[in-house]
Design a protein around this ligand. Sequence first.
Ligand code: HEC
Length: 172
Amino acid sequence: MFMPRRMVLALSVVGCFLVYVAGAQPASAAASASASIEHGRYLVRIAGCNDCHTDGYNETGGKVPEKQWLMGSKLGWHGPWGTTYAPNLRLFMQTVTEAQWLTLAKSTTYRPPMPWVALHHMSTLDLSAIYSFIRYLGPAGVSAPAFVPPDQQPKGPVVQFPAPPPAASKGS
Ligand code: HEC
């Protein structure tokens, strides 16, 4: 079949372009995954997740190697709600899919002092990034102690919150 020279040239340019696009696909998927991990690392840093979920982070001004981040803590938070412990998020994220995490993060109300209101207000993009980053860190460490109800005494160290003010002094 006869083709004018110009058409042959045009077709080969289109062909090269298609090869280029096909070749670029995996690289751009990898680039967007690594951008999401980087954004998650940034969010975890600025949203203070390490302050409670990483032992020693707050006290050392953040001088805890990243591979030890978010492994939970044995420090109890003791108040009228009982005693809570910041769970190991490296293990927790292995138990949920990204879709489950998005639903949980936007709807669950946790006990104090977990700042769940912050999670409820995060965008889907930000929550996905946090998920990608914690999954990238991978599973590590052991589970934090289980919640202790208000009528029971916790065993380890606790941060003691004051009881709510007596009803009589309310509104005065
Ligand atoms: C001031 C301390 C504190 C900070 C800051 C904090 N958390 Fe928590 N977090 C807790 C505590 C305590 C619990 C356990 C709450 C409970 O028992 O109801 C918890 C629970 C959770 C859970 C539930 C895990 C499970 O096993 O069900 C998730 C998920 C979580 N936090 C994620 C985060 C993320 C993400 C950040 C940063 C945006 C963050 N937390 C910041 C203290 C904190």
